[in-house]
Write a protein of this length. Structure first.
Length: 418
């Protein structure tokens, strides 16, 4: 059968599909695999309780249960949820939002598909525009969302070496070359894969550049403020009329309900909602129904601040200690974990590629992600991009310790024997 360009592009061997297939195969062939690869959030019993209570209440009320199961919502999503979100964000941060500034989607991944293709790709008079990542590494799930060639471009970061074996990426503004062909800037904050959190100053500078260029600044808050708030550093939430803030319920513990939230100007939201209607008809009701309950008395904020953030902070601290012990005096650096659910290791001058390290670890029953996937938008090959791995710390400490010991053995072997 012959597929169109669209069919071939999306149905082809895209990086993310290969990676997910590979992870899936590895788990099928070895069910005891130590899984430090994916982006699944951890199970937090108190959060699961809050979600179940919300659902029980919804199902117990015939009117609400009909609203949940038997109704298509309007293009932007459930109006009560939009109102409650706008009210909460305005109260907390003094933003000037109304329901017209918010749209719901079936997961933030699908929201990015629409948003990226709204601002980059083909324009009139043969003009082609790109989405710019001001700092690579950046979320690998963006890689294949653009319907066109050379859809993304990225800039190398500055690497700041910190005490005690840590390092941090910073945007290298001297290398951030935007042109008339840049359609939007996009950052994840906190960043998947590194756990980096762009400082308020960096975001402020990006905002000024975007405003001057008359292009939007997209901020992916999948791990950020106000929920799930997986942040270990103090930052100011950011939104203005030039910003498209994208949130998600996934990392609070609801990846299965597929709910994303887009906050932008009325014009952007209107266009987004129309496009979303074309490819989804309506967004699902399960996530918004849970959210409606959790938005009452701002419970969603309390849970994020009092439960989710401390849960991940203590997991992160334990994982850092475990890895420090396991890796000992091997030549490695760890990105300072400032948020999200990952540790990002840099093995400078590693004699093998991170992909080879990934393969060797997989053969030993440990799944991580090779760092090079997160640099796909960089034009040039950069050795550093083959020296890093991403590890999740959502598992129990014993599992992390087992994984860390095997990672340490393989890294040592690579440095000694190649
Ligand atoms: C940075 C980032 N953005 C967006 C997403 C997409 O999340 P979802 O579609 O579940 O909202 C993910 C998922 O891992 C992510 O890590």
């Amino acid at each position: 059968m012959q597929f169109s360009r669209f069919g071939s592009r999306l149905g082809g061997n895209t990086g993310i599909v290969q990676l997910m297939d590979d992870l899936g195969d590895a788990l099928r062939t070895n069910p005891n695999m130590i899984f430090m690869g994916g982006g699944n959030p951890a199970r937090i019993p108190e959060m699961e309780f809050a979600f179940t209570e919300a659902l029980k209440k919804a199902l117990a009320d015939p009117q609400e249960s009909h609203h949940l199961l038997g109704v298509y919502q309007p293009p932007q999503g459930d109006v009560d949820v939009l109102d409650a979100l706008a009210q909460m964000l305005n109260d907390e941060y003094g933003w000037p939002l109304s329901r017209k500034n918010i749209a719901l989607s079936n997961g933030s991944q699908s929201a990015f598909f629409v948003l990226f293709n709204m601002f980059a790709g083909e324009f009139d008079q043969g003009v082609k525009k790109q989405i710019k990542f001001p700092l690579a590494p950046e979320y690998l799930g963006y890689n294949d969302l653009g319907l066109g060639e050379n859809f993304f471009s990225a800039s190398r970061p500055k690497i700041e070496l910190l005490e005690k074996g840590f390092f941090k990426y910073r945007i290298d503004f001297s290398q951030l070359h935007l042109s008339a062909n840049t359609g939007a800037i996009c950052v994840s904050r906190p960043t998947n894969p590194t756990g980096n959190v762009l400082s308020d100053e960096e975001l402020h500078q990006l905002n000024e550049i975007a405003v001057a260029q008359r292009i939007p600044l997209m901020v992916d808050g999948a791990y950020g403020t106000p929920f799930p708030n997986i942040l270990f550093t103090d930052i100011k939430p950011h939104w203005n009329e030039n910003t498209i803030l994208v949130l998600s319920l996934s990392k609070m513990g609801l990846p299965g309900v597929r709910t994303g939230i887009v906050i932008a100007t009325e014009e952007v939201i209107e266009t987004f909602a129309r496009a979303n209607t074309i490819h989804n008809l309506a967004s699902g009701n399960l996530g918004p129904t849970i959210a409606r309950h959790l938005l009452k008395n701002k419970q969603i904020l309390k849970l994020s601040r009092d439960l989710v953030a401390p849960f991940y902070k203590s997991k992160m601290e334990a994982a850092v200690q475990i890895f420090k012990q396991a890796l000992g005096d091997l030549p490695y650096r760890l990105h300072r974990p400032e948020g999200a659910i990952f540790l990002w290791f840099w093995f400078k001058d590693l004699p093998i590629s991170s992909e080879e390290l990934y393969q060797r670890l997989k053969a030993r029953g440990v799944l991580v992600i090779s760092g090079h996937h997160f640099f796909a938008a960089l034009e040039e090959d950069w050795r550093h991009s083959h020296e890093c791995i991403r590890v999740t710390y959502c598992q129990d400490a014993q599992v992390i310790a087992k994984g860390a010991a095997i990672i340490a053995e393989e890294v040592k072997k690579a440095f000694v024997q190649g």
